[in-house]
Design a protein around this ligand. Structure first.
Ligand code: B12
Length: 237
């Protein structure tokens, strides 16, 4: 069942530059604190959805070209929401719950921790300070970062798609590739991600197959309020 659904999801989303990897809710709930757990039975099937470097050209630019301009808030989030809605339309025989990376609970906590989801689904290794042998930063809060074996840091984790009516006890867990090989490199990665993320270098911590295009880099390097201008759009806020 999972393999068939994965094939259908891939056929739908991969031409637009998205990658989908399956996981069981229990794998995710086993690693996060109780307050972040997803309230579904343990064998419930879910997919983590990543945007690869091609998403900008294959999904975002065509979407921008035809969208209702005045409805735009964050254009990338709107675009991803559109593709998540396609999932709902294409699986009318299933109930689908899609949770975006930017969605918050009423207590302001994220609804889903997409990095933990990407790790348990085997899509991208989540490097966290608490798993390191040495800690050069003491008590300082250091944010973790996922690295993809093909795209390094040149991707984003857009959310999860849950199939509450599909239980798959037989789904086998695939471990993510630990591609940042040494502890020194891992420390360097966390340093770049936490203190120099604007210079993009954390994304190249490993050799990558593909990066964001110059246009995409320029888009993300522009402050959100000015991105409308860059796209030739008028902001309504
Ligand atoms: C809030 C947020 C921020 C905040 C705070 C960052 C933080 N991590 O606290 C701010 C605004 C500062 C921020 C900034 C940035 N962010 Co941000 N942010 C988020 C967001 C929305 C939630 C993160 C969060 O609050 N986590 C809560 C904490 C408690 O989670 P945690 O530390 O992972 O702890 C859990 C794990 O440790 C887990 N756990 C425990 N043991 C184990 C064991 C294993 C094996 C595993 C897997 C898990 C696990 O349990 C804990 C929870 O109980 C996520 C999207 C999302 N919905 O997840 C993006 C996200 C983390 N951000 C992202 C990025 C890229 C950035 C920026 C570079 C800006 C940008 N968007 O380009 C900067 C740089 C960050 C920096 N300098 O540190 C990306 C990271 C991508 C990646 N490759 O990992 C994400 C995933 C968004 C995305 N769509 O891809 N961000």
């Amino acid at each position: 069942m999972s393999a068939l659904l994965q094939r259908r999801l891939d056929e739908l989303l991969s031409p637009f530059g998205f990658q989908c990897d399956p996981f069981k809710i229990s794998w995710y709930n086993a690693v996060v604190q109780p307050c972040f757990r997803l309230q579904y039975p343990e064998d419930t099937l879910a997919f983590v959805v990543l945007s690869t470097p091609q998403m900008f050209e294959r999904a975002f630019k065509p979407f921008i070209a035809v969208m209702q301009l005045s409805d735009v808030r964050d254009p990338i989030d709107e675009c991803v929401a559109h593709y998540f809605s396609l999932v709902r339309k294409n699986f009318p025989d299933h109930r689908i719950v899609a949770i975006h990376d930017f969605e918050l609970l009423p207590n302001r906590r994220p609804k889903v921790l997409v990095q933990s989801a990407a790790h348990v689904a085997g899509a991208a290794y989540y490097y966290q300070m608490k798993n390191m042998q040495q800690n050069p930063w003491g008590e300082k809060k250091i944010c973790g970062v996922c690295i993809h074996p093909r795209y390094g840091g040149w991707f984003a984790i857009r959310g999860v798609v849950i199939f509450p009516d599909v239980q798959d006890p037989s789904l086998e867990q695939k471990l993510p590739m630990d591609c940042v090989s040494t502890d020194e490199k891992k420390i360097e990665l966390l340093k770049r991600f936490n203190f120099h993320w604007q210079d993009w270098t954390y994304r190249d911590i490993i050799d990558v197959e593909e990066r964001y295009s110059e246009e995409q880099k320029q888009y993300f390097a522009t402050p959100p309020a000015e991105r409308f201008k860059l796209l030739g759009l008028k902001s309504d806020c």
